[in-house]
Write a protein that binds this ligand. Structure first.
Ligand code: NDP
Ligand code: MG
Length: 380
């Protein structure tokens, strides 16, 4: 049967690459969604002959409709539109590549509709990991990781017994400020923080990579995706981003997945699993690299990473609060309202300023996310 997908966040770094992968392998695209870039969204919808388009920001609805009406493409907007696409029975898998925890409700909606999900939107699992994984288990839904490290771990788990997994080795590039100490980071500019050594990505995740919050989010994402105890996750700074992560089994054998840093590989694996077809990315030449390096992460300088790990160990609403605080703090940094090092200070401070609370529902996630954002806005 012909494979059909819908993509939320189609105009972003992951979204545009996902369309290329889908086109290369003859996967039909049913619907696409973006936040406000209606021009690119419209182009993508026409080129891919989709049935539905959603623009989150209602202010662009009329402009999008004016372009798409002649093509008979239905235009939706807001959260309602994202959820309509997520749960639409006419489409198969959902690829969720929006940025931020706004992706949580569409993910839950897709799971309710029994759809498998290719998940790039890591904030979804950080803020509502238990809700998502419990619902996926009840509905028999599979979540295929798109994040390169989690895709690597997923690949290393194939053909082995999950019960004999001892731990995972989550690799981190270290970002643009590897080796720097706090006093050297005080005056970091947006441009410096946005220049990642190995990966070209959206602004939010690039800042998260510079603060190492990205690895903290991935630590939590891995805990939920692979049902791990935090003590089973070791973070290793590996500057070249060639080993995308590894797993260690009870016999002390370590199995890793390697490749050039290119998101097309994990995107394609999530969309085509278990097939491994030709991919438009550079083949890996280990001799071109010559040397691969490994270091311990510096959690003192990069407070966000420490805060995220402490948050998942503390459990309850803490991961959601840390994520909400980070989303708000990164926005303030990008708006030039706070300095780079303030992001880490603010995110770390939430752990001491919020008591323990449980998360039992989507409404709980929304509440603690909002409270975290309000706290940051007050502090900034
Ligand atoms: P980008 O900033 O490049 O793209 C974000 C996409 O989400 C855009 O299409 C944007 O639309 C859309 N979007 C944002 N908010 C909404 C909303 N409320 N409703 C609908 N669409 C929305 O981000 P990336 O592609 O880099 O990252 C996406 C996710 O994937 C993040 O969670 C990130 O952490 C994760 N990820 C990314 C990797 C990468 O290599 N880029 C690697 C691993 C994970 P618009 O263009 O209109 O603003
Ligand atoms: Mg990653």
């Amino acid at each position: 049967m012909e494979k059909t997908i819908s993509i939320l966040g189609s105009t972003g770094s992951i979204g545009t690459q996902s369309i290329e992968v889908a086109n290369k392998h003859g996967i039909k695209i049913y619907a696409l969604a973006a936040h406000s870039n209606y021009r690119l969204l419209a182009r993508q919808c026409i080129d891919n002959k989709v049935k539905k388009a959603c623009i989150f920001d209602e202010g662009f609805r009329d402009s999008l409709k004016a372009i798409l009406d002649p093509y008979g493409i239905e235009v939706l907007c807001g959260m309602e539109g994202l959820c309509e696409i997520a749960g639409d029975p006419c489409s198969g898998m959902l690829l969720n590549s929006v940025v931020g925890m706004v992706g949580l409700l569409p993910t839950l909606t897709a799971i309710d509709a029994g759809k498998d999900i290719a998940l790039a939107n890591k904030e979804t699992l950080v803020a509502g990991g238990k809700l998502v994984m419990d619902k996926a288990a009840v509905n028999g839904v599979k979540i295929y990781p798109v994040d390169s490290e989690h895709s690597a771990i997923f690949q290393c788990l194939q053909g082995n017994k999950r019960s004999q997994l001892k731990k995972i080795l989550l690799t981190a590039s270290g970002g643009p400020f590897f080796g720097k100490k706090r006093n050297e980071l005080e005056n970091v500019t947006i441009e410096q923080a946005l220049s990642h050594p190995n990966w070209s990505m959206g602004n939010k995740i690039t800042i998260d990579s510079a603060t190492l919050m990205n690895k903290g989010l991935e630590f939590i994402e891995a805990k939920w995706l692979f049902d791990l105890d935090p003590s089973q996750i070791e973070i290793i700074v590996h500057r070249q981003s060639v080993i995308h992560s590894a797993v260690e089994y009870d016999d002390n054998s370590v199995i890793a997945q390697l490749g050039c840093p290119d998101m097309k590989i994990p995107i394609q694996y999530a969309l085509l699993y278990p097939d491994r077809l030709e991919c438009d990315c550079k083949p890996l030449s280990l001799t071109d690299y010559g040397t691969l390096t490994f270091d311990k992460p510096d959690t003192e300088t990069f407070g966000c990473l420490k805060a995220a790990i402490e948050a998942i160990k503390a459990g309850g609403a803490y991961p959601c609060i840390v994520n909400g605080a980070n989303e708000q703090a990164v926005q303030l940094f990008l708006d030039k309202k706070i300095s780079f090092t303030r992001i880490g200070d603010i995110v770390s401070s939430v752990l001491d300023n919020f008591a323990f609370h449980d998360i039992n529902s989507y409404e709980d996630v929304i509440k603690w996310d909002r409270k975290a954002r309000e706290y940051v806005l007050e502090k900034a």
